[in-house]
Every structure is written in structure tokens, then in C-alpha cells.
Design a protein around this ligand. Structure first.
Ligand code: GTP
Ligand code: MG
Length: 197
């Protein structure tokens, strides 16, 4: 799969205002600062398609991008961080849950996990919730460039083990680095397989 064109379409805060659900859609979610927006830029060969920042909480809305006039990529806000209130901190906002549950053309939700860390409660709970809601998802371990090969493999193996405590079968698992380009072919290949043209 080759990305020929990528353009920003719209931002909004409600699934009801999203573009018509007439093409396959793939969305990116995960903790604030995990690298969602950077990964979208990396796989689409753009430096500034999605807005990125060193400070968590940059993406605040549901952002639709149109790829090859054929499918949507969606950049979502992160969870696990909020300037506003403690109460909100460990919850992600209702409109995101609403989007995930009700977006009819969502072929797969990519859940991004920082490959450097131990499994975090908020991610594990989020993944459980996806299971309950029967949302199709895949995991992407990000910032792979920040670890040595062995450490990376052992962290991912540890994560698999953790998930197998509550899941009979593991979801697809991919690795990425927005700085080295690792994962680009795999992620685009996965998209092409999941939504054949
Ligand atoms: P929010 O929108 O705030 O939820 O964050 P996000 O998940 O979209 O993260 P974003 O792409 O804005 O990246 C956050 C920070 O991590 C930025 O400083 C990026 O440059 C950095 N970053 C993202 N991906 C990678 C990566 O693969 N490797 C390295 N080394 N840094 C990365
Ligand atoms: Mg972002």
C-alpha cells in the first residue's frame, strides 16, 4: 500500500458530526504523548499533517484525514492526562467512547503503547473495555528507537504475557518508531489487508 495523497478533512467533538461513514476508517488512540500524531505523520510521509507536541494533551478533538481518497485515518486525543481536573485524569472523555462504540466504519482501532514502560493500568483497563465492547483493535508499541533490540523484545514479551492473563488470544501486535520509520510497511500492510481496495 502506497500513500499517494493525504489531506486533513475536519476536527470535531462528536461522532454525529464526523464525515459520512462511507469509507474504511482506522483510528489511533493511547496515552497522551505516546506518539499518535507523530505516527500518523510518519506513515503518511508528512511532517505536519497531524499536530504533534512534546507536551501531553496536544490533540483535543477527533481529527479526520483522507488517504488516497479511499479511507480515513483518525487522530484522537490521548487519555491519562488532563489539565482540567483530577476526576478527568484517568478517564477518557465521553465523546471519544461514543466515537469508538458508534463509528460504523471503524475497521480497526490502533492502541498505542509506549514500548519503554511496564504495562500501565490505564492501558490494560482500556484494552479490557475494548474487549467488552467488541471493538476490533491492534496494538502498536511506539518509540522503539528509544530501546535496544533486546530490551524492546523483552518488554513486548512481558506485555504479551500480561495480556494472556485475561485474553485467550492476542490482538495483532506491531512495533513503530516515528523517528526511524520502523513499522510503516507493517502498519500500511495491515490496513491494506483489513480493508482491501
Ligand atoms: P497527544 O496528542 O498529546 O495525546 O500526544 P500524541 O500521542 O499525539 O504524541 P505526539 O505525536 O504529539 O508525540 C509526543 C512526543 O513524543 C513528541 O515530542 C514526539 O516528537 C515524540 N515522539 C513521538 N513518536 C516518537 C518516536 O517514535 N520516537 C521518539 N524518539 N519520539 C517520538
Ligand atoms: Mg496527538
Amino acid at each position: 500500500l502506497e500513500v499517494k495523497t493525504a489531506r486533513f478533512l475536519m476536527s470535531n467533538s462528536s461522532v454525529h458530526k464526523c464525515p459520512e461513514a462511507n469509507m474504511p476508517e482506522f483510528a489511533f488512540i493511547g496515552r497522551s504523548n505516546v506518539g499518535k500524531s507523530s505516527l500518523i505523520n510518519m506513515i503518511t510521509n508528512h511532517k505536519k499533517l497531524a499536530k504533534t507536541s512534546g507536551r501531553p494533551g496536544k490533540t483535543q478533538l477527533i481529527n479526520h484525514f483522507v488517504i488516497n481518497d479511499n479511507w480515513y485515518l483518525v487522530d484522537l486525543p490521548g487519555y491519562g492526562y488532563a489539565k482540567v481536573s483530577k476526576d478527568q485524569k484517568n478517564k477518557f472523555q465521553a465523546y471519544i467512547a461514543d466515537y469508538i462504540i458508534n463509528r460504523a466504519n471503524l475497521y480497526c482501532l490502533f492502541v498505542l503503547i509506549d514500548s519503554r514502560h511496564e504495562p500501565q493500568k490505564i492501558d490494560v483497563e482500556f484494552i479490557e473495555w475494548l474487549g467488552e465492547k467488541q471493538i476490533p483493535f491492534a496494538l502498536i508499541f511506539t518509540k522503539a528507537d528509544k530501546l535496544g533490540k533486546n530490551q524492546l523484545q523483552s518488554n513486548v514479551a512481558h506485555y504479551r504475557k500480561q495480556l494472556l492473563k485475561s485474553w485467550e488470544e492476542l490482538p495483532p501486535i506491531l512495533l513503530s518508531s516515528s523517528t526511524s520509520g520502523l513499522g510503516k510497511e507493517e502498519i500500511l500492510g495491515f490496513i491494506a489487508e483489513t480493508a482491501p481496495e
